[in-house]
Design a protein around this ligand. Structure first.
Ligand SMILES: NC(=O)C1=CN([C@@H]2O[C@H](COP(=O)(O)OP(=O)(O)OC[C@H]3O[C@@H](n4cnc5c(N)ncnc54)[C@H](O)[C@@H]3O)[C@@H](O)[C@H]2O)C=CC1
Ligand SMILES: NCC(=O)COP(=O)(O)O
Length: 333
């Protein structure tokens, strides 16, 4: 049993994930990173390092060997399949390795042999072509975590940085579907999970939540849409009745400037871009995607596969490093 190691999934092998894992290992001392291993094909990662001209020794290990191996080489827990990819040229044929890497990481963290998992980016549309049937990691991880449990996990996506934390209540759905997907129950469930985890995992004794409205000016008394009063305001009342400190529905255009941000610990946004635009604008290099509502810790960089720069060695490792550090903090490594 080794509680101190973090596992990094491979992500899309044609994206920037593999080179960011190498880069994070190269910066392990400078950035004081805890031991981690990557779930991938060691020969593939060696080729990525070679092609970039980076001196990164790669060592194939078993879980218990990670802490000892980490100072001298990048530990890799081998997959059952070999991996090959051209940077920037995604191929649905790689889906099996991407999925195996995630599944292995979840098994290890569930059985307690790893402290947390950090996922490298996947390209959703490429995985869909390969038969993947979840919108993204968030829902896939919840499905894996729910196996064999009586109650299914409700996963909540939170993008976290020192300056701002945001939660999209609806996530990877078309904008046109948002008004029907948005229900008072969904907002209340999401708010409850966020408040609980900010308390229990982030150590905020009395978390303050801010709920965004859906429409301009939070509906302007119904003149610009009715969802704010019909769906969001009752959720605010219900969360308050549970003793949670909530403000809203707030006009979304004025809730993300610095003074407004100082009034809450997390903003619940009603759809993906309402949440992710402000945080990626303020903290693109530092923000971390963390999944709440799971029985284990999962973090991820906030960015995607960045196929346009993959293999060039110019991708910034900061968000992955922030994800590793947050996983270590929340997972107790
Ligand atoms: N956690 C995950 O698995 C995520 C996966 N994605 C996936 O990534 C794919 C590409 O998505 P995009 O919208 O293009 O977003 P993206 O984040 O991959 O790229 C957007 C822009 O930011 C740049 N960029 C991203 N990361 C960077 C880094 N570390 N250093 C320097 N520049 C960086 C890229 O070069 C590009 O110009 C999509 O298929 C999407 O599904 C997107 C977000 C998160
Ligand atoms: N836009 C955020 C994102 O795509 C992350 O999704 P997930 O793979 O973490 O579910």
């Amino acid at each position: 049993m080794n509680q101190s190691s973090l596992l990094l999934t491979q992500g899309d092998p044609a994206g920037i994930g593999p080179e960011l894992a190498l880069r994070a290992w190269m910066l392990r001392d400078e950035r004081a990173l805890p031991p981690f291993a990557v779930l991938s094909d060691p020969a593939f990662l060696e080729r990525v390092a070679q092609n970039l001209g980076w001196d990164v020794p790669v060592i194939s290990v078993e879980m218990a060997q990670i802490p000892k191996a980490f100072p001298k080489a990048l530990p890799v827990l081998p997959l059952s399949v070999s991996v090959s990819a051209q940077p920037g040229q995604p191929d649905a044929g790689a889906a099996a390795s991407v999925i195996e890497s995630i599944e292995m990481a979840v098994s290890s963290v569930q059985e307690g042999s790893a402290s947390a998992l950090v996922t490298n980016p996947i390209a959703k549309h490429v995985l869909y072509e390969g038969g993947f049937r979840y919108p993204g990691h968030t829902e896939f991880l919840a499905a894996l975590a729910s196996e064999g449990r009586e109650e299914t996990c409700h996963p909540v996506m939170m993008l976290w940085s020192e300056q701002l934390a945001v939660v999209p209540v609806t996530v990877h759905i078309p904008l046109a579907s948002v008004p029907t997907a948005l229900t008072t129950d969904l907002i209340v469930l999401t708010g409850r999970i966020v408040a609980r985890e900010l308390r229990e995992r982030f150590g905020i004794a009395n978390p303050r939540l801010a709920l965004a409205g859906l429409n301009p000016h939070a509906g302007e008394n119904g003149a610009m849409g009715t969802e704010d009063a019909r769906i969001i305001a009752p959720a605010v009342d219900a969360l308050r009745a549970e003793g949670i400190d909530v403000a809203g529905p707030l006009p979304a255009d004025t809730m993300f400037h610095a003074r407004a941000r100082s009034r809450y610990d997390a903003a619940l946004a009603m759809y993906h871009d309402q949440a992710l635009i402000p945080i990626k604008t303020i903290a693109f290099d530092e923000a971390v995607n963390v999944t709440l509502g799971l029985p284990f810790v999962r973090t991820s960089p906030d960015h995607g596969t960045a196929f346009d720069i993959a293999g060039k060695g110019i991708a910034r490792p900061d968000s992955l490093i922030a994800a590793i550090k947050l996983a270590a903090r929340l997972g107790g490594s």
